[in-house]
Design a binder for this molecule. Structure first.
Ligand SMILES: [Zn+2]
Length: 187
């Protein structure tokens, strides 16, 4: 074997090895990249300016301890990533009401989280949920928030407006966002 053919041979081995490992490495790289991105925003996972306490809407809720600006990212919503079937099973069999829809067949179960699991529905929500990545979502202020305001979102599923109207003492007094929905009778 002369020098040139050895080189070519090694070259070939390397490229074969690379081809066989490349997909795995790409996946790993992607996961590391996601992790680094997550670490970068660690402060937004459990921000200390969001606290859990009794809510006038229902049970416990989450509240600000500082003023927040409209469009400000309040926190990152993360939890266990599950698919649609598992989501349905947990909702039906475990009565789990802490699951957020993320993308087509990807859901985030926040049942084990400290704060976001307590977020209440409002027909006139103070925050909205926005896309982040495959494993998390952003919670964003829908308007300027004062210190001590409850952070709420529109749960956005059938029946929620009726349930809210019947059980949330604050609902009737709020400007109702559901009035802009296709079914205004909800308000
Ligand atoms: Zn309502």
């Amino acid at each position: 074997m002369n020098f040139t053919s050895k080189l070519r041979c090694e070259d070939n081995e390397i490229s074969t090895a690379f081809r066989s490992f490349a997909p795995l490495e790409r996946d790993q790289f992607f996961r590391w990249f996601q992790m680094i991105k997550l670490l970068d925003d660690t402060a937004l996972f459990n921000p200390d300016y969001i606290v859990v306490r009794e809510s006038p809407i229902s049970g416990k809720g989450i509240f600000t301890t500082k003023p927040c600006k409209r469009d400000e990212v309040l926190m990152i919503i993360a939890g266990e990533v599950i698919d649609g079937n598992e989501c349905e099973r947990r909702e039906n069999e475990e009565n789990n009401v802490y699951i957020f829809w993320n993308s087509e067949n990807s859901f985030i179960d926040t049942a084990m989280t400290e704060k976001i699991r307590y977020i209440n529905h409002s027909c006139s929500p103070s925050a909205s949920v926005q896309e982040r990545d495959d494993v998390s979502l952003f919670l964003v202020a829908a308007r300027d928030l004062d210190t001590g305001e409850e952070i709420t979102i529109d749960y956005d599923y059938e029946d929620i407006y009726e349930i809210c109207k019947a059980h949330n003492p604050l609902c009737a007094a709020l400007p109702c966002a559901a009035k802009q929905q296709p079914n205004p009778s909800a308000c």
